[in-house]
Design a protein around this ligand. Structure first.
Ligand code: FMN
Ligand code: FE2
Ligand code: FE2
Length: 397
């Protein structure tokens, strides 16, 4: 019993969280140096229980043993699958074998996914439907596209808990449970990075979903997400941030994305940074080969201006920069944002053309052109590029 912890969040609701410190990359893409929690919740009623979500397959045995220590075989009436991504549904088949009398409930879309993923049948529940455990009522709120199309939330009426699936979660494996047990500003960075990496793609749908959640909000006293901390005191703040991030609202902030193999391009970056620091409220500098991708995307998300400075590698754009631009394109995080760009080179290649194409795929607007400078960029190169950077600064005024 190393990875799973249980803690009551109310008299009848227990958090069963898996602390995954061994996964280095979430979805094999997003570096998570501090790990991640997979949160499941067990709701106790008079004679029965409802389990909400589970965990990744590799933690199945420990998870099932934890449940069996609390729940007798025929007491588990429902297993709710809020969405079918395997970080929460990975143990479903084994759970069903151990608790054959339990009913698996999910949305229609999730039901078809579970059938094709695990060959299991589920009971379909619909938006607005109320499910009785014994006496406690749980309301279904379908909110498709909180990154998967099959998502629902559940609202436990008596205790006013909203089980929010992947929405409002965060990266980081924590033993702490509630939002008032941590330094909130620090925690918000993990929430933002998680949003940028996992949730941001379907922003328009999130905005619609938030309207639905806002209608409920006065009745909600706890938000219980599938990752990260249980929210009690900062619910409205997190929701406000979700709204702002979904709209890609930007601050007076410029983010420089750069790569550098031997430090040549990095010297040029330092000059640009020095120039900007006197003129812009906030300047962030991200080395695309070193920083966590989630944090790079989250810096881009609330910047109005982006500066891309990248070396040429084997005739092409430096691959880590290319990858970051591909991710920004998948998430369409460039919409409404303005870019200045430079490729450094020694003998030539197609990096400027590749930057230009990728920028337009991301939805960025390019100022002037993608400059191409031979290393080390000269004073003239710097002044030329600063003319374009100045235009970017003026736009932000
Ligand atoms: C492994 C490697 C491959 C490179 N490939 C190219 C290339 O195909 N075309 C080119 O013009 N420059 C190429 N360069 C030169 C760099 O793009 C150029 O020197 C740049 O200014 C390096 O900056 P950095 O030290 O910040 O990475 C290459 C450099 C390295 C180290
Ligand atoms: Fe998910
Ligand atoms: Fe998840």
């Amino acid at each position: 019993m190393q990875n799973i912890k249980t803690r009551k969040i109310t008299e009848d609701v227990t958090l069963i969280t898996t602390l995954d410190k061994s996964t280095k990359k979430f979805e094999e893409i997003w570096e998570i140096s501090s790990g991640i929690n997979y949160n499941a919740y067990l709701v106790k009623d008079k004679n029965s229980y409802m389990l909400i979500d589970s965990t990744k397959n590799k933690f199945s045995e420990e998870f099932i043993e934890t449940i069996r220590n609390i729940v007798k075989d025929n007491e588990l009436k429902y297993i709710a699958v809020l969405h079918t991504e395997p970080d929460h549904s990975g143990t479903i088949r084994k759970l069903k074998e151990k608790f054959p009398k339990s009913k698996i409930i999910s949305t229609r879309t999730a039901s078809s996914f579970l059938k094709s993923m695990f060959s299991i049948e589920t009971e379909v529940v619909k938006d607005g439907e109320e499910i009785k455990i014994d006496e406690k009522e749980v309301k279904v709120i379908e909110l498709p596209w909180i990154h998967w199309p099959d998502t629902m939330m559940l609202f436990l009426k008596d205790e006013r808990i909203l089980f929010s699936s992947d929405a409002f979660g965060a990266f980081g494996a924590r033993e702490l449970v509630f939002d008032d047990e941590v330094k909130f500003e620090e925690y918000l960075k993990d929430v933002k990075s998680y949003f940028a990496s996992v949730v941001s793609k379907y922003r328009q749908m999130i905005l619609k979903d938030l309207e639905k959640i806002n209608q409920l909000l006065d009745n909600v006293s706890v938000v219980a997400p599938a990752h990260g901390l249980v929210l009690k005191s900062r619910i409205k703040e997190i929701i406000r941030n979700y709204e702002s991030w979904s709209k890609l609202e930007s601050k007076k902030k410029i983010t420089i994305l750069y790569g550098s193999m031997y430090g040549i391009t990095e010297e040029f970056v330092s000059e640009i940074k020095r120039y900007l620091e006197e003129k812009v409220n906030e300047v962030k500098v991200c080395n695309v080969a070193r920083e966590e991708l989630g944090s790079i995307l989250s810096e881009v998300m609330d910047s109005y201006g982006i500066i891309i400075i990248s070396p040429t590698y084997e005739g092409n754009l430096f691959p880590p920069m290319s990858y970051v631009l591909d991710l920004l394109s998948i998430k369409k995080l460039g919409n409404g944002k303005i870019v200045c760009a430079v490729a450094t080179k020694l003998w030539g290649g197609v990096a400027p053309k590749q930057i230009q194409e990728k920028l337009s795929e991301c939805g960025f607007s390019l100022l002037d052109k993608v400059y191409e400078f031979s290393n080390y960029p000269t004073k003239e190169n710097l002044n030329l590029f600063l003319e374009t950077v100045k235009k970017l600064v003026d736009i932000g005024k």
